[in-house]
Design a protein around this ligand. Structure first.
Ligand SMILES: Cc1cc2nc3c(=O)[nH]c(=O)nc-3n(C[C@H](O)[C@H](O)[C@H](O)COP(=O)(O)OP(=O)(O)OC[C@H]3O[C@@H](n4cnc5c(N)ncnc54)[C@H](O)[C@@H]3O)c2cc1C
Length: 505
């Protein structure tokens, strides 16, 4: 039975982000990445007092962080898997400061790790050894918003949720949305080519980003900050920075196209009996809802149970093998509801939907989204999470979860899958009481081999970062890797920008 959404008691997403930001006690500290993954330091320069004095003269002392306990959170990634050993965090406020820092570091061969909101899930945002952390958080000004074209221009350190709140006041929305929106930066989103919950409707950032200003490793400022939808004057250089994870340049300003704020949004959360029915539902949603379909997300029972048990969220539905979240966004409530009702009636009759709840009330929609968005953090409460983010053709989409459950047996606390079905992107989480090499070796490279067998991608949206360069060949052939190395060498001949990330040695 589809019912109106009833009271759901939820803790907010901020709360689970808070869990992660608890003061680090020494016993909770992850091991250094270099030791855990046996990495050798490359031949970069080492930081001296003279370097710190230079940075202090450039930025002022309060924007050069050297106190060990203050630097620590910048050295540890969101899932507490990777830990670097940086001695300093620099906080520039302008593009010119970024340029001067990079020019100096390049001349001294000092390695640099650009960092946004540090919500990345592949270890790309934290150093591996003593790289200087370049934190963009103080570059957070909104520069302009053209309400007619929807072009937003801002600095790279703006938090995604703040931007969304700002453009909503002008009847626009950001073209991307993700669970980390309260912390991640637009510069980080662009550098990872973040996907998220609205990709089905608005496409990825290669389409939405209109222009970029970035600083190369030698300090050169590249000005591609146009707000035009069409500009075919030669190579589309902005794309070099979208998804290059801080290895080709530091993004300092961005221009993003913001779509119109939909006037009518409705969200449904449904219980489904088997994965085949999830696919049937998706097929039907595409043809029945057409242009108003804005999200189609899936979570298996294990994913929802982890939020219910670990974060004490309440599930508005009963216990089902699979859950599907469908959002429609359009401009005419009457027209959209008519379509939606026809679709829901048909899908209840066919049995693809067993139970569900539908709402258009903003607070209730937020609560449903909260369940979905909280899955990413819920597993941390079990102790340790091995996280994978892969693209798989839809007919094989869920097989990998079943394979992993069988392979790991009782070595894992939970193995579950959830993700953006509409984009063929599944997130697989394996939780254990603590990190063990035995489980790690059962998972990698096995999972990537299985993904390669069906010509999937070993990274759908989180990127390659520090954790996957040695596996990139499962998704990129030798000629593509050769070109990537060539580009890196051209853009950053000394290799100072985010070393040990993205490219295999
Ligand atoms: C709860 C949760 C939910 C998430 N959901 C999604 C999701 O649905 N879809 C998705 O794609 N991702 C998701 N992520 C992953 C993450 O939020 C995204 O990758 C996000 O885009 C990272 O932004 P950030 O500002 O935190 O970047 P960081 O984590 O700080 O950095 C990520 C990478 O970008 C580089 N970088 C950051 N800023 C710059 C810059 N200005 N210039 C150059 N390089 C830079 C860093 O060096 C690093 O390699 C989620 C994460 C969490 C914790």
């Amino acid at each position: 039975m589809i019912r109106q959404f009833s009271q759901i008691l939820l803790i907010s997403l901020e709360k689970h982000i808070f869990i992660n930001n608890l003061k680090y006690s020494t016993s909770a500290l992850p091991r250094f990445s270099s030791e855990k993954y046996s990495i050798k330091r490359k031949n970069f320069g080492s930081l001296h007092d003279a370097d710190l004095n230079y940075f202090r003269s450039l930025l002022s002392a309060d924007r050069v962080i050297t106190e060990e306990s203050d630097v620590l959170p910048f050295n540890i990634d969101w899932i507490k898997n990777c830990r670097g050993q940086s001695k300093v965090v620099l906080k520039p406020k302008t593009t010119e400061e970024v340029s001067q820092i990079l020019s100096y570091c390049n001349s001294k061969k000092l390695a640099v790790c650009p960092q946004g909101g540090n919500t990345g899930l592949v270890g790309g945002s934290v150093p591996v050894f003593d790289e200087i952390i370049l934190h963009l958080g103080l570059m957070n000004k909104i520069i302009s918003l053209d309400e007619i074209s929807g072009a937003l221009v801002c600095e790279a350190g703006c938090i995604l949720e703040n931007l969304d709140n700002h453009v909503r006041e002008h009847n626009l929305i950001m073209p991307l949305d993700l669970g980390a929106k309260g912390s991640c930066h637009i510069g980080g989103n662009i550098s990872t080519n973040a996907g998220g919950l609205r990709l089905l409707r608005y496409g990825n950032l290669h389409g939405s980003v209109l222009g970029i200003e970035a600083v190369k490793a030698d300090g050169t400022i590249i000005d591609c900050l146009r707000t035009l939808k069409k500009d075919n004057t030669g190579y589309h250089l902005k794309h070099l920075f979208i998804g290059s994870e801080g290895t080709l340049g530091v993004v300092t300003k961005v221009a993003v196209h913001c779509p119109a704020l939909p006037k009518a949004v409705t969200l449904g959360f449904f219980g489904v009996n088997c994965f085949e029915n999830v696919l049937e539902l998706y097929k039907s949603a595409k043809s029945s809802l057409g242009e108003i379909l804005s999200a189609f997300e899936m979570a298996d029972n294990g994913a929802i149970s982890s939020t219910v048990e670990n974060l004490k969220l309440s599930n508005p539905l009963g216990d089902f093998p699979f859950y599907v979240l469908i959002e429609s966004s359009g401009s005419d409530e009457g027209h959209d509801n008519e379509k939606l009702n026809r679709f829901l009636t048909k899908e209840m009759e066919t049995g693809h939907i067993i139970d569900g709840t539908v709402t258009s009330e903003p607070a209730k929609m937020r609560n449903i989204w909260n369940i979905r968005e909280s899955i990413a953090g819920a597993g941390l409460v079990d102790g340790y999470v091995f996280k994978y983010d892969v693209s798989i053709p839809l007919q094989n989409y869920y097989d990998i979860v079943l394979l992993l459950r069988k392979r790991l047996g009782n070595k894992a606390t939970r193995v579950y899958g959830y993700g953006h079905v509409g984009d063929g992107n599944i997130h697989i989480n394996v939780t254990t009481p603590e990190y063990t090499k035995e489980v790690y070796e059962m998972l990698e490279p096995y999972i990537f081999e299985e993904v390669a067998k069906v010509r999937g991608s070993i990274s759908a949206e989180h990127g390659v970062g520090f954790r996957k360069p040695q596996f990139i060949h499962y998704s990129k052939d030798e000629t593509a890797l050769h070109l990537m190395h060539g580009l890196k060498h051209f853009m950053d001949p000394n290799g100072i920008l985010n070393p040990y990330k993205v490219l295999p040695d």
